[in-house]
Write a new protein. Structure first.
Length: 450
């Protein structure tokens, strides 16, 4: 065999070996770095990205061109919250966001973004016309101009939170003209608004189901405001008037006569209301499930007798600092409101062990109650704690500042209800009580938390 033939055979053998080696190397080599993009359809990656927050999306956008395109897809930016970055958010951020998202954006939270101005919000509203929900709580620089721009451009707006913004009746008048589908509004701490503005809102936004006006002064929320609201918005299911101290029985009566679908009502710190308000609620708002009455110190057992006869669906009731109620109110509650899950009786000094017995001895109440606040009920003793042993679904019990309740009683209760979180504290024993030879405990001398 000549040399050329020999070389040819060797080359074929070499090529064959190289080919085999390449095939083996291919099998043993690490997966393709772009395997995710080649194996997963873009629709699936887009779906995965839809569960990520803003920060994660922005990081994914830096991985590759394909991921950048998918991460910045409009479908992933339908809901945006800048609350976590509120200290750094400037107006330019909102403007850029509106350019990026455009009509895809439906929900935006700018709560606490105090550097955002009306000019930026005007640009935003022109770019994001499909907006349905916006939270501008505590955006101190925003005025009526923002609301006017939203009303002129965002006709699908259903949720509006302008709490603590510098707005007047002009905002509500504009919203009532441009956002007739509005269902939820929060004007808490907007003390430049007057009853006339609320009347304008109620006349046009008749589909309103939620109205929040916490801590609004007497010039903003009074009986006239409440009467105007309830006259136009018969579909209201939730109303929060916490701290609106100008509200009286007159306003509550008118509300109860017109808003029969109310499920949630907060009249906490409406100090002027009396038992007549409870009578009115019992007559007109029989779907009530949550009722807040903190600090309503004129309410008595007679009012709750009338309320509980018809409001049998009550689940959450806050009676903190209703100082005139007695065990009789608990008797009415346990006999008529079998769905009661949360009950707050803090600072109700006339509640005694007998009242707690009504809760524990009523089969329906014992089964339904889950959260019970009894702090600063100074007449309660260990006997009250024993009555709670039958409350098998009780999850939390507050008994702060009840000096007649002992540590032993709470420990006993815990053995029966191991799932229960008991919030209290007890006076720590003095060194003399511990004995001279006992090693010093490492806890605060003032209190020991259970």
């Amino acid at each position: 065999m000549d040399a050329n033939a020999t070389n040819s055979i060797e080359m074929k053998q070499t090529n064959s070996l190289v080919k085999e080696r390449d095939e083996v190397d291919k099998e043993l080599s690490p997966p393709d770095q772009d395997l995710i993009n080649t194996m997963l359809p873009k629709e699936l990656i887009l779906k995965i990205f839809s569960f990520l927050d803003i920060v994660s999306l922005c990081r994914c956008a830096q991985v590759s061109r394909s991921w950048n395109k998918l991460a910045l897809d409009g479908d992933n930016w339908q809901s945006v919250s800048l609350f976590d970055f509120r200290g750094a958010v400037q107006g330019q951020v909102v403007e850029n966001l509106s350019t990026r998202c455009g009509d895809y954006l439906k929900r935006l939270t700018l709560r606490g973004c105090r550097s955002v101005s009306d000019n930026s919000m005007q640009i935003f509203s022109r770019n994001c016309r499909n907006l349905e929900e916006i939270n501008l709580d505590d955006c101190k620089q925003l005025t009526d101009e923002t609301c006017k721009s939203l009303a002129a451009n965002c006709h699908k707006l259903a949720h509006l939170n302008i709490a603590s913004c510098d707005v007047t009746d002009q905002s509500l008048e504009a919203i009532s003209e441009g956002c007739k589908n509005l269902k939820h509004i929060n004007i808490s701490n907007c003390n430049k608004i007057r009853p006339a503005g609320i009347e304008s809102l109620a006349k046009s936004c008749t589909n309103l189901v939620s109205f929040v006006s916490i801590a609004c002064g007497e010039s903003t929320i009074n009986d006239d405001s409440l009467m105007a609201l309830s006259s136009g918005c018969h579909k209201l299911k939730m109303i929060n008037l916490n701290g609106c101290s100008a509200i009286t029985d007159v306003g509550v009566k008118h509300m109860a006569e017109n808003c029969h679908q109310l499920v949630y009502c907060c009249l906490s710190k409406c100090f002027a209301i009396t038992d007549q308000s409870l009578v009115s609620l019992g007559q007109g708002c029989q779907q009530l499930k949550t009722l807040g009455l903190i600090g309503c110190h004129q309410l008595t057992d007679h009012g709750f007798q009338a309320l509980t006869k018809t409001c049998k669906l009550l689940e959450n009731l806050d009676l903190e600092d209703c100082v005139l109620i007695t065990d009789q109110t608990l008797f009415y509650l346990t006999n008529n409101c079998s769905n009661l899950k949360r009950l707050a009786l803090s600072h109700c000094d006339n509640i005694t062990d007998e009242g707690i017995k009504y809760i524990g001895s009523s089969q329906k109440s014992a089964e339904s109650i889950q959260y019970l606040e009894l702090d600063n009920c100074t007449q309660l003793t260990d006997i009250a704690i024993d009555h709670l042993i039958s409350c098998k679904h009780l999850k939390r019990l507050d008994i702060y500042d009840n000096s007649r309740i002992s540590r032993q009683a709470t420990k006993k209760l815990y053995t029966y209800l191991p799932q229960l979180a008991i919030h209290t504290y007890f006076q720590a024993p003095t060194p003399q009580e511990q004995g001279v030879t006992e090693a010093r405990q490492r806890y605060c001398r003032c209190c020991a938390i259970l």
